[in-house]
Design a protein around this ligand. Structure first.
Ligand SMILES: [Zn+2]
Length: 699
């Protein structure tokens, strides 16, 4: 098994050090020499394989430059890859029970786009029952000092690496399968139309629909075969939506979208809670269906995700979300949510304008118990809505101040004289007592005059059943006043949060006042005094205004959130909206919302993937592959689906309901509701080949 023993290991390490030092060529030629001198040493072969692979990757970067340099690099890379495959294959023959060597060989196959061979190697790596110590045949172990891990730990690590590599391969193949199917569909439509020059618009749609029906079926099989792939689920959803879009105008798309597409999106959202791509797809769909509140909730949830998946991993088509790194892609993708939320606000504005005065007046009346219920969702302790009325009755005002230097629950001052007196006596370092003597507090009442945020239009009364109610009286730009909020959304804040914000604002203004007061001349009749005082007086008025808590403002904050939800509910439940047919344009409008992109790499990648999957090699593999039981089973499933739907496109035009019924049948197909029995790619199996499955689905 081993040849040369320690001498070879020593020589191999010297070569590695040379490579680390940057002499790649010198290292490679020595590695080759070593492998020739010790043809039965797995260490020497492994080293040669690794260095050839590294050289191929380096050359691969030059290929991107194109031209003659690129062409030369391509040939060079291909030679290195062949040499790496050869060396590692021989190493594997010598040590068939080494997880590490089999994985290394699989990696080279995967890089050479020999996916089937790669899969075989990863499978065999994971199937080794009694693996040898990976350090035995790899000089890299212990290169920088004594190896401190145990054999078990090294084997475990090697297995994890193999498993990760297998997962990557699966993902790569799904991506390429999806890209190839999308590309193939476009070509098929063109081919169908070429047969019919001068086709009518109707015939074009029919051709597209026929192709999409087939694609939707393939997408579904792919999604079922790879339940752990978010991309496969997204692809299924997209194809289902696109198929629904092409349905004849006489067919109720709403019911198809609800019964079929939304279910796909729901399942995907449940399975992939951190996928922003899935969240975005579902939110868009909900928007199309007129479920604005649910759509916005999906958007907000996604925007607030802490550990969001990389949208580059599951977007459809693959490569459609660009960006140099995961963070950039997430930022880029977030634009979809912002745009959708803006759309909801715009739709609400249109709806608002269409409401009659009477309906708006009813809408703007809110019972206290409803407000309380909404408030309790954010805070159960500190505030009862009815306190507002008793407070106003007692103090003849809705306004109060809480000292910024005491705590949130300290005394509510209902006038600024008592507040200033408290601050000057209790917090002399923060509020210099002199302030009291220089300010004219009679001016304080002017602070709220002409206030554009006046709460006078919020009034309280009782309805005919003696329930306390609040009424938000209409004013100019009412919609904007109520709902045009920052992008963080309209959210109820607790009273404690509101007071805290006011206190913090107050502290900053008081700090400024203190600085100014320090420069104020002592002589009240001096010009210096007269120059500085107005500034202090002005800041004080600002303090009075900005740190005041108005109970009506608290009511407004709760009411805004409640009314916003209520408005979306009104829109969704409006019989006119519900009766409106969803047309292709409605779907197109939403599909047009795409992430802001750094540069479209999608087209190039799609083409590359397509070429790869349709290469001669792939064709050959498809022809030669041995059909496993699972393949046969799944192919027959495909046939069932196909038989059920094969006459649909022709019958659809005359009788839309028939297709509807068939769609329903398709959805109650036991395979769509029961968990898939197909083995998942994370648990590899010698009889199950991902590539075969995907080629099966794609072709
Ligand atoms: Zn205080």
């Amino acid at each position: 098994m081993a040849d040369g023993g320690n001498d070879v290991r020593k020589a191999a390490r010297a070569v590695m050090m040379r490579d680390y030092d940057g002499d790649h060529e010198g290292a490679l030629s020595r590695a080759e020499k070593l492998a020739r001198a010790h043809p039965r040493s797995a260490i020497a072969l492994r080293l040669a394989g690794d260095l050839h692979f590294a050289a191929a990757i380096r050359a691969g970067k030059v290929i991107e430059l194109g031209g003659k340099v690129g062409g030369d690099a391509e040939r060079e890379a291909s030679t290195h890859l062949a040499a790496a495959r050869n060396a590692l294959s021989r190493a594997k023959q010598l040590v068939p029970s080494c997880v590490d060597i089999a994985t290394a060989l699989g990696d080279v196959f995967a890089y050479s786009t020999m996916f089937r061979e790669a899969e075989v190697e990863y499978n065999s790596a994971l199937a080794i029952l009694l693996p040898v110590d990976p350090a035995l045949h790899n000089a890299a172990y212990g290169l920088h000092g004594r190896e401190r891990t145990t054999v078990n730990a090294r084997v475990k690590e090697a297995r994890e690496k193999a498993s990760l590599a297998y997962g990557r391969l699966t993902k790569q193949m799904i991506d390429q399968g999806v890209a190839a199917m999308l590309e193939g569909a476009d070509e098929e439509v063109s081919a169908l139309l070429q047969e019919k020059p001068g086709a009518t618009a109707e015939e074009i749609v029919k051709a597209e629909r026929d192709v999409m029906l087939e694609l939707r079926k393939k997408a579904r099989i792919l999604a079922e075969a790879f339940p752990d792939s978010a991309r496969a689920q997204c692809f299924h959803g997209h194809m289902d939506l696109k198929f629904a879009r092409l349905l004849d105008a006489s067919i109720d798309k709403r019911s198809v979208l609800r019964r079929s597409t939304l279910k796909i999106a729901d399942r995907a959202a449940e399975k992939f809670p951190n996928s922003v791509v899935v969240a975005s797809f579902r939110a868009k769909l909900l928007y199309i269906l007129g479920e604005y509140d649910a759509a916005e909730r999906d958007c907000r949830r996604a925007l607030g995700m802490k550990n969001a998946d990389d949208p580059g991993d599951d977007c459809v088509p693959p490569g459609s979300i660009g960006g140099p790194n995961r963070g950039a892609r997430q930022v880029s993708h977030a634009s979809e949510f912002h745009e959708l939320i803006n759309k909801i606000v715009r739709a609400a504005n249109v709806y608002w304008s269409s409401m009659t005065e009477e309906k708006r007046s009813e809408f703007l009346t809110v019972r206290f118990d409803a407000l309380q219920e909404d408030y309790n969702k954010v805070d159960r302790s500190s505030f009862s809505v009815s306190d507002v009325l008793s407070f106003a009755e007692k103090h003849k005002s809705y306004r109060f101040w809480v000292c910024p230097f005491c705590d949130n629950h300290s005394k509510k001052h209902t006038d600024t004289v008592s507040l200033l007196s408290h601050m000057c006596s209790k917090h002399q370092r923060a509020v210099l007592p002199r302030l009291q003597s220089v300010l004219d507090q009679k001016l304080d009442c002017n602070a709220f005059e002409g206030n554009q945020y006046s709460y006078d239009r919020i009034t309280f009364s009782q309805d005919s059943d003696q329930h306390d109610i609040v009424f938000f009286k209409e004013r100019a730009e009412m919609f904007k006043w109520l709902f045009d909020k920052p992008s963080s959304g309209i959210r109820t804040q607790s009273l404690a949060q509101i007071i805290e914000t006011k206190r913090r604002t107050g502290t900053i203004v008081l700090e400024n006042i203190k600085e100014k007061l320090k420069t104020l001349a002592t002589d009240k009749f001096s010009t210096e005094f007269a120059e500085v005082l107005p500034g202090i007086q002005e800041l004080w008025i600002k303090f009075v205004k900005d740190s005041a808590v108005d109970y009506r403002g608290v009511i407004l904050a709760i009411g805004r959130s409640l009314l916003w939800t209520k408005l979306k509910k009104y829109m969704s439940e409006d019989p006119e909206v519900g009766a409106k047919r969803i047309c292709a344009a409605d779907i197109d409008e939403i599909l047009a919302i795409v992430a802001y992109n750094y540069g479209s790499s999608a087209v190039a990648e799609k083409t590359e993937a397509h070429m790869c999957l349709h290469s001669d090699e792939a064709q050959k593999m498809n022809e030669n592959h041995q059909e496993s039981d699972l393949d046969a089973e799944n192919r027959s499933l495909g046939t069932i689906v196909h038989m059920k739907l094969q006459d649909a496109p022709t019958n659809m035009d005359e009788n839309g309901n028939k297709l509807d019924e068939q769609l329903e049948k398709l959805e109650i197909d036991p395979n769509s509701t029961q968990p898939s029995a197909t083995p998942q790619p994370s648990t590899p199996n010698e009889n199950f080949h991902i590539l075969d499955r995907i080629i099966d689905i794609v072709m």
